[in-house]
Ligand binder design. Structure first.
Ligand SMILES: C[S@@+](CC[C@H](N)C(=O)[O-])C[C@H]1O[C@@H](n2cnc3c(N)ncnc32)[C@H](O)[C@@H]1O
Length: 234
């Protein structure tokens, strides 16, 4: 699979995706970010580690591949198969109890998982931003909305949209992060790769992808966006 000029094993991606193509999303999120091999990166909610492998392979950085649903052992086996076990450290942890020292990371990234926990007031300052070095960057990509739903969920999405989805607009995430005392330079935008990332997800065999086909047909490109939010540690 070619992701903006970077070749990645398509079978590896198709077997391990857990949502809209996280590697494609991450590639767009990191295009203008300086990442080098001396850096330590936290990949929070890495799932089966596709984004961690991309970061290690493309930039040579050391990645702490951290996830809740997928065990460290399962991810370690995958990283060994790919010959990347020296660059990626698999960690099993919950996002509110991250086992890292303050100011340990140069960059924190999170793709398609931050909306499960990061929507809470205060989460960023209490649990995540302290782990970043001063001047370090936090980069988040999540499924979101073009416009906030006011009142009811649109009728065509009713059968699919769960009330714990926490999909929100760029503006909503920006307002949430503006309350932070630890980050500055907040920016947010809808990513161009949204449609392609979803199309690739819906093509894979994962049972959740198969379930999402009907939702995306009903959504018809009207409501959803892939939202990026970034900031710098003060
Ligand atoms: C839809 S999957 C996406 C996985 C991966 N980022 C990807 O795109 O392939 C969401 C991930 O968020 C992680 N997650 C959800 N809640 C979490 C929590 N409270 N702490 C840590 N990880 C969490 C899950 O373990 C899961 O792997």
């Amino acid at each position: 699979m070619n992701i903006n000029g970077f070749e990645i094993d398509e079978a590896l991606i198709m077997e391990n995706m857990m949502g809209p193509n996280a590697v494609r999303i991450l590639e767009e999120m990191t295009r203008s970010v300086e990442i080098d091999e001396g850096m330590r990166i936290l990949d929070l909610g890495c799932g089966k580690g596709l984004t961690s492998m991309f970061l290690a392979k493309k930039f040579g950085a050391t990645v702490y591949a951290t996830d809740l649903w997928i065990s460290a052992t399962e991810n370690y086996e995958r990283f060994k198969e790919q010959g990347m076990e020296d660059k990626i450290i698999p960690i099993h942890a919950e996002a509110h109890e991250l086992p890292y020292a303050d100011e340990f990371f140069d960059i924190i990234i999170s793709v398609d998982s931050y909306h499960y926990f990061g929507f809470e007031d205060g989460y960023l300052d209490e649990h995540l931003a302290p782990l970043l070095k001063k001047g370090g960057r936090i980069l988040v990509g999540v499924p979101g909305l073009k416009e906030e739903f006011t009142g009811e969920v649109p009728e065509e999405l009713e059968p699919f949209y769960q009330h714990d989805y926490h999909f929100h607009t760029c503006q909503w995430w920006t307002e949430l992060w503006k309350a932070s005392k630890l980050v500055e330079g907040i920016s947010s935008r809808e990513l161009d790769c949204h449609q392609q990332a979803w199309d690739e997800w819906l093509r894979c065999d994962n049972e959740h992808a198969q379930e999402d086909i009907a939702m995306m047909e009903a959504e018809g490109g009207k409501y959803y966006a892939t939202v990026f939010i970034g900031a710098t540690r003060k």
